[in-house]
Design a protein around this ligand. Structure first.
Ligand code: ADP
Length: 189
């Protein structure tokens, strides 16, 4: 395969449902694309309809899902893509394993999209917290399934103290500070 001439990397957004992974991930991806990078977004919800169709939410199935995403991210990183993953990825050990896999090919930047469960439940973007608190769905991360807080996150993006736009700008500036993304030309507006 022809090289893109671009050094690949993976930005891995982890956090509770409703914390802001998808919102931030898509906006960061759009900005990287605007800057001319080859970008691929791997969104946990979408992956579950394709690559991980049929998997549930047991510890084992969650690990399988994350490891599949990690494997794809690693292959894309190898070919010079800027990979943006948005997936709850609740277990620290699993995140460490996918980090090791990706780091064989290029940088791995873990972003903890941080909001407490009370705030995520208040947002309840998909109406899932109400169902989880009512016991209509089980094994819901942050309610009756664990979320292991990241130990290794290069970036901690608190989405309570920032607006979505501020969170996106913060993550981009951190990626620049880490040297993963070249400092971009100032955007108009
Ligand atoms: P996730 O992908 O983590 O499940 P979503 O991105 O789907 O979360 O939803 C997050 C919700 O929180 C959106 O409705 C978004 O507008 C809102 N929100 C509030 N503040 C922020 C912030 N600083 N960053 C990202 N999203 C935020």
């Amino acid at each position: 395969m022809a090289s893109t001439g671009q050094a690949g990397f993976t930005v891995w957004l982890t956090g509770l449902s409703g914390a802001g992974k998808t919102t931030i991930g898509h906006a960061v991806a759009a900005e990287l694309e605007r800057r001319g990078l080859h970008v691929e977004v791997l969104d946990g919800d979408i992956v579950r309809t394709h690559l991980s169709k049929g998997l549930g939410f047991s510890h084992e199935d969650r690990d399988t899902n994350i490891e599949r995403i990690g494997w794809v991210a690693s292959r894309l990183t190898r070919h010079g893509a800027a990979v943006v993953v948005a997936a709850i990825s609740p277990y620290d050990g699993t995140r460490k394993r996918v980090r090791a896999l990706v780091e064989e090919q290029g940088p791995f930047v873990e972003v903890w999209v941080k909001a407490p469960v009370e705030e995520c439940a208040r947002r309840d973007v998909k109406g899932l917290y109400a169902k989880a608190f009512a016991g209509e769905i089980t094994q819901f991360t942050g309610v009756d399934d664990p979320y292991e807080e990241p130990e290794d996150a290069e970036i901690v993006a608190d989405t309570v103290s920032r607006s979505p736009e501020e969170s996106v700008a913060f993550v981009l500036s951190e990626l620049e500070r880490l040297g993963v993304v070249a400092v971009g030309a100032p955007t108009a507006g």
